[in-house]
Design a protein around this ligand. Structure first.
Ligand code: SF4
Length: 152
């Protein structure tokens, strides 16, 4: 049995910054097939694990995408100017610990934590992963978004 990581909001957990969920029927159906195939679904929200709480202020990457945050070269700042980089890093690391042994992750597109290959930096779409996605990718996990699900 292997583990499969899914952004918790895509499976219907109301863990988004605004207290909403982002249930995605195709992801939910895919997760069921993974469970039937004997894989363990890990529904994770790195921002909640980082202690930011729900609801929380929306946050944005500054100076670079997730890999740069992991390398100490960029920050995460909320809409009130508060630096929440440490909480994002803490949450990403805790979530990655929970994901130990995972081979695949399906994550929420464009999130500063979960976005894959594209996220927002200083409010603009920017190439690169969110903080959690970058960490998983560095650990060899195949990361993609709900929008790429059919491409597996
Ligand atoms: Fe969803 Fe990831 Fe944002 Fe949590 S951090 S609400 S799992 S996109």
């Amino acid at each position: 049995m292997s583990r499969v990581v899914v952004s918790a909001c895509l499976l219907g957990r109301p863990c988004r910054y605004d207290g909403a969920e982002k249930a995605h029927p195709a992801v939910q159906a895919w997760a069921k097939t993974q469970t039937s195939a004997g894989h363990e679904i890990m529904a994770l929200c790195p921002e909640e694990l980082g202690g930011l709480g729900t609801p929380r202020r929306p946050a944005d990457l500054r100076g670079g995408a997730g890999k740069a945050v992991l390398n100490g070269q960029a920050q995460v700042v909320d809409d009130q100017g508060r630096d929440v980089t440490d909480a994002f890093l803490h949450g990403a690391r805790l979530a990655a610990q929970h994901a130990q042994g995972a081979r695949v992750a399906v994550l929420k597109a464009r999130s500063p934590s979960c976005g894959c290959e594209q996220t927002r930096v200083e409010g603009e779409l920017h190439p690169g992963d969110g903080v959690f996605a970058a960490l998983l990718r560095s650990q060899g996990v195949e990361v993609s978004t709900e929008e790429q699900l059919g491409e597996h």
